[in-house]
Design a protein around this ligand. Structure first.
Ligand SMILES: Cc1cc2nc3c(=O)[nH]c(=O)nc-3n(C[C@H](O)[C@H](O)[C@H](O)COP(=O)(O)OP(=O)(O)OC[C@H]3O[C@@H](n4cnc5c(N)ncnc54)[C@H](O)[C@@H]3O)c2cc1C
Length: 468
C-alpha cells in the first residue's frame, strides 16, 4: 500500500510508460482487471503515427490523429493519466522517476509496462535533424508542414531562378512506407492542390526526389510490390534515387552517393524530410542497464519470451521498444504485445496460468499508400496494388483511429481531399517552423524540460564553457 497523489492504493499498481499503441492498448486491456493503472506519457495525446504524413501535407489536422488520452480513458475508472517525461527507472525499488517541467515526481509500481516507442535514427549524424526533420511526433509533422508550405511561399518572393529551383526541390530520405507516402503527397500537393495558387512560378514544376540505399522502395514488401511502387511513383513524377545513400545535409543542399558506381551528387534543396531509420527510446538503455537485458543495434530491448526485461520479472517492454525476432515495428506489434502483457499480469494476480507463456506475433499484413487511390498491400501470400489496396488501407486506418468523432472528421477531410484535391489543414505558423531551432539554442531539446531554473542552469553552463 502506498501513497499516490493524496490517495492510498491497495491494489496491484500497473504503471505504463507511454500512450502510443502499446501504452493505450495495455491500459484498455486492464480495464476489468483488479488493478490500478497509471499511464505516464510525455504527451497528453494518443498519437496515430501512420497518418502523421497527412498532417504534414495538410490533409488532416493534428487533433484528428492525436485525441486526448485522458478523454479516451475517461470511463475507465481504474486508469489515471499523468503528463510527464520519465527520466529514470529504479527496478530494484520499483520506482519510476519522472518530471513535468520543474516538478519532479516518483511513482511506485508493482508491474511496469514500458511502451516508450522509438525515435528517429540519423545513423550517427544527428546534426542532420536540424535540416531534415523526421516524422515521429505531432511537432515533427507540424514543423514539416510549415517547411513544405513555407518553401512554396518563399519561392513566390524569389526572383533568382536557381533559388526558386532550390526552394522547389523536396528531398525525402528513406523509401519505406513513410517516405513513399510523403513523396507521393508532396507531389500531389504540387501537381494538384497548389496548381493555381501562385503567380511567380508554376508549382507543378516542383521536384520531389526519393532517396534510399535499397534497390527498390518498400523493401519489406519484396521486389514485386517494390517495383510496382517505383513505377507508380515515377508516373507521378517522383524522381527515384535508389541504391543511393545520403552522405551530407546542410541548409542548402543534400549530398548523395550512388552505391553501385560510387559517384556523388549534390542536390540543391531547402526542404528535406528524413524518413529513414529508428532508434529505441533512451529508456531502453536505462532498463537494459538495470536489468541486464541486451539492446539490439537500434537500441531496442531484447526481451525474454514473456516480454519481461532481463532479470526483472515485473518489468515488461512492449511495442517499438522491444526486440523480438520477426516482429516488425508496426502498430499490430505494439497492440498484440500490449494485450499479451496485460494477460500475463492479470493471470499472475489471479494465480492462474496465462493464455500463452510466450509472445507470438500474428502477422496481419502490411500496406502503404502511394498517392490518392493507389496503395500496395501484402497479406501472407496475397498481394494487391492500386485502388482495391487503397480502399482497404482507408478502411483499416479509419478503424484504428481512436474515437468516433476523430473517425468522422477524418472521413470528411478525406472526402474533401480525395474528391476535390483541396486540403483543409494548411495552417502553418512561424513558431512551428523555427521552434526546433529556438529550443536547440536554449539547450533544452524538445523533451518538455523547458523550465525556468533549467534555462538558467544551461545559460550558466554556456557561460562557463565560453567565458566572454
Ligand atoms: C510516420 C510513421 C508511419 C507509420 N505507419 C504505420 C503504418 O502504416 N502501419 C503500422 O502498422 N505501423 C505504422 N507505424 C508504426 C507504428 O506507428 C508504431 O509501430 C507504433 O506506434 C508503436 O507503438 P508504441 O506504443 O510502441 O510506440 P509509440 O506509438 O511511439 O508511443 C510511444 C509513447 O511513449 C511516450 N514516451 C516516449 N518516451 C517517454 C518518456 N521518456 N517518458 C514518458 N513518455 C514517453 C510517447 O510520448 C508516446 O506516447 C508508423 C510509424 C511512423 C512514425
Amino acid at each position: 500500500m502506498y501513497l499516490k497523489y493524496g490517495g492510498l492504493m491497495s491494489r496491484h499498481h500497473v504503471v505504463i510508460i507511454g500512450s502510443g499503441f502499446g501504452g493505450l492498448f495495455a491500459a484498455k486491456a486492464l480495464k476489468k482487471a483488479d488493478v490500478d493503472v497509471t499511464i505516464i506519457a510525455r504527451t497528453s495525446h494518443h498519437l496515430f503515427q501512420p497518418l502523421l504524413y497527412q498532417v504534414a501535407t495538410g490533409i488532416l489536422s493534428d487533433s484528428e490523429i492525436a485525441p486526448s488520452t485522458r478523454e479516451i480513458l475517461k470511463n475507465q475508472s481504474n486508469a489515471t493519466v499523468l503528463l510527464g517525461l520519465v527520466e529514470d527507472i529504479d527496478t530494484e525499488n520499483k520506482v519510476v522517476h519522472w518530471r513535468n517541467h520543474n516538478r519532479e515526481m516518483t511513482t511506485n509500481y508493482d508491474s511496469l509496462i514500458v511502451a516508450a516507442g522509438a525515435g528517429q535514427s540519423y545513423f550517427g549524424n544527428d546534426q542532420f535533424a536540424t535540416y531534415a526533420p523526421g516524422m515521429k511526433t505531432i511537432d515533427d509533422a507540424l514543423e514539416l508542414r510549415a517547411r513544405i508550405f513555407g518553401a512554396f511561399e518563399l519561392a513566390e518572393l524569389e526572383t533568382n531562378p536557381a533559388e526558386i529551383e532550390k526552394l522547389l526541390t523536396f528531398v525525402v530520405v528513406g523509401a519505406g512506407p513513410t517516405g513513399v507516402e510523403m513523396a507521393g503527397q508532396i507531389r500531389e500537393l504540387a501537381s494538384h492542390t497548389l496548381r493555381k495558387d501562385f503567380r511567380n512560378f508554376d508549382p507543378r514544376k516542383a521536384r520531389v526526389i526519393l532517396v534510399d540505399g535499397a534497390p527498390h522502395p518498400l523493401p519489406p514488401f519484396g521486389p514485386e510490390l517494390g517495383e510496382a511502387t517505383r513505377k507508380s511513383l515515377e508516373k507521378l513524377d517522383v524522381e527515384m534515387l535508389m541504391d543511393t545513400i545520403v552522405t551530407d545535409i546542410d541548409p542548402e543542399q543534400v549530398t548523395v552517393k550512388n552505391l553501385k558506381d560510387g559517384s556523388e551528387q549534390v542536390i540543391p534543396s531547402v526542404c528535406k524530410v528524413w524518413a529513414a531509420g529508428v532508434q529505441g527510446s533512451p529508456l531502453g538503455k536505462i532498463v537494459a542497464e538495470k536489468t541486464g537485458a541486451e539492446l539490439d543495434r537500434a537500441g531496442r530491448v531484447v526481451v525474454n519470451p514473456d516480454l519481461t526485461a532481463g532479470n526483472a520479472q515485473d518489468v515488461f517492454i512492449v511495442g517499438d521498444l522491444m526486440f523480438v525476432p520477426g516482429v516488425p515495428g508496426v502498430a499490430q506489434g505494439a497492440i498484440q504485445s500490449a494485450r499479451f502483457v496485460a494477460d500475463i499480469i492479470k493471470s499472475r494476480i489471479a494465480g492462474v496460468a496465462p493464455k500463452k507463456e510466450k509472445f507470438e506475433y500474428f502477422d496481419k499484413g502490411s500496406m502503404a499508400t502511394i498517392s490518392k487511390f493507389q496503395a500496395v498491400m501484402k497479406m501472407g501470400k496475397f498481394k494487391a496494388t492500386g485502388f482495391i489496396a487503397w480502399l482497404a488501407w482507408c478502411f483499416l486506418h479509419l478503424l484504428y483511429i481512436a474515437g468516433f468523432k476523430a473517425q468522422l472528421s477524418t472521413l470528411l477531410r478525406w472526402m474533401i481531399s480525395f474528391l476535390s484535391n483541396g486540403r483543409s489543414a494548411r495552417t502553418t505558423t512561424n513558431q512551428q517552423m523555427v521552434g526546433r531551432l529556438a529550443l536547440e539554442q536554449l539547450g533544452a531539446g524538445s523533451s518538455g524540460k523547458l523550465l525556468v531554473n533549467e534555462m538558467e542552469e544551461t545559460a550558466a553552463e554556456d557561460t562557463e564553457a565560453n567565458p566572454a
